[in-house]
Design a binder for this molecule. Structure first.
Ligand code: F6P
Length: 366
């Protein structure tokens, strides 16, 4: 029987458990055996009990759980060739030749590198007498399929990453709670949200919560933005608004690429508008908690598609990443998606913010 392994890697995201459940159950339904790699690449390098067979019942209840129940870790040894050599040996020993990885762009790039090195890793294992030629013979090729699990929604070629809508829901709920206390005291709140170098969470939260002002890295405030922001907020107050909400992406920068800390915005609101202002950093509450319906659905459909992609792969098929584009689950070339994602960072570095914005998804740039 074909053996397919699933792993979660990088920062956890709500919906990752649903992805694991779907891969396990779809693999079994397709007549394969399913394995889970515990603690991300760390488990692959360590092998043994860190790579466990999963039966149908082992993933019962996974769909509604937050985080990742098979663990994740930032693994340094997999970045080194010796680590990947150990990982390759562990996979052959377990009889696994397909790996489905749910993680961010770094984790997925690592997986594709592993695949491209695979034949040379097999040769080295035989040369070093770690494995025999007969043992490696059935494992000529490694199949890799990616699924993007990240609250940041920072991956190109997909409309949504697993976890981003749960996180957005959590942010909205939190801002609603802040609203009540802000209105009571007529206060201003500067709310910092996650997203690393991506402003999707901040921008969508701004729209969903009716924030007064939003600061994101792809379109940094320019010119005399301080005055501009104060003008907008004053206008809203003059119209009778009793509260002010400014949402700041954690990666917020100015046009000189200098970080804009929440304290700078707080000081502006306090000193120029005389608003009683507080800062709230939502932190990891945005990442934990149970996944919303959308993420459960996305993870399940993508997990099933990932198994299909493994079964249909040929040695020459480029590793795919499972995406959602205009509500359809589709396969995209993994490396191309990673490359396009990195283009955004490059555009920001080059201060070409118009390009950074246009490289983001359509709904983001409208
Ligand atoms: O990529 C997900 C994310 O939550 C980012 O939004 C954030 O910048 C980062 O991970 C935080 O990482 P850590 O949990 O390691 O502090």
């Amino acid at each position: 029987k074909r053996r397919i392994a699933v792993m979660t890697s990088g920062g956890d995201a709500p919906g990752m458990n649903g992805a694991v459940r779907a891969v396990v159950r779809m693999s079994i339904a397709q007549g394969c055996e399913a394995y889970a790699v515990y603690e991300g690449y760390e488990g692959l390098v360590q092998g043994g009990d860190m790579i466990r067979e999963m039966k149908w019942d082992d993933v019962r209840g996974f769909l509604s759980e937050g985080g990742t129940m098979i663990g994740t870790a930032r693994c340094m040894s997999f970045k080194e060739r010796w680590g990947r050599l150990k990982a390759a040996k562990n996979m052959v020993v377990k009889g696994i030749d397909a790996l489905i990885v749910c993680g961010g762009d770094g984790s997925l790039t690592g997986a594709d590198l592993f695949r491209s090195e695979w034949p040379s890793l097999m040769d080295e294992l035989v040369e070093k007498k770690e494995l025999t030629a007969e043992q490696v013979e059935p494992f000529k090729h490694l199949n890799i399929v990616g699924m993007v699990g990240s609250i940041d929604n920072d991956m190109a070629m997909t409309d949504a990453t697993i976890g981003c809508y749960s996180s957005l829901d959590r942010i909205c709920e939190s801002v609603d709670w802040i609203d009540a206390t802000a209105e009571s005291h007529q206060r201003a709140f500067v709310v910092e949200v996650m997203g690393r170098h991506c402003g999707w969470l901040a921008l969508m939260a701004g729209i969903s919560c009716g924030a007064d002002f939003v600061v994101i890295p792809e379109n940094p405030p320019s010119g005399n933005w301080e005055e501009e922001m104060c003008k907008v907020i004053k206008k809203h107050r003059d119209l009778g608004k009793r509260k002010t909400i400014v949402i700041v992406a954690e990666g917020a920068i100015d046009t000189n690429l200098k970080k804009i800390p929440c304290t700078v915005i707080k000081d502006l609101l306090t000193n120029k508008l005389h608003l009683d202002t507080r800062i709230t950093t939502l932190g990891h509450t945005q990442r934990g908690g149970s996944p919303c319906a959308y993420d459960r659905m996305l993870a399940t459909l993508q997990g099933a598609e990932a198994v299909k992609a493994v079964l249909e792969a040929t040695p020459s098929t480029p590793s795919p990443v499972i995406s959602i584009v205009e509500n359809k689950i589709v396969r995209k070339p993994l490396l191309e998606a990673v490359k396009q994602t990195q283009e955004v960072a490059k555009a920001i570095e080059a201060k070409d913010f118009a390009r950074a914005m246009s490289l983001r998804d359509a709904e983001f740039t409208e």
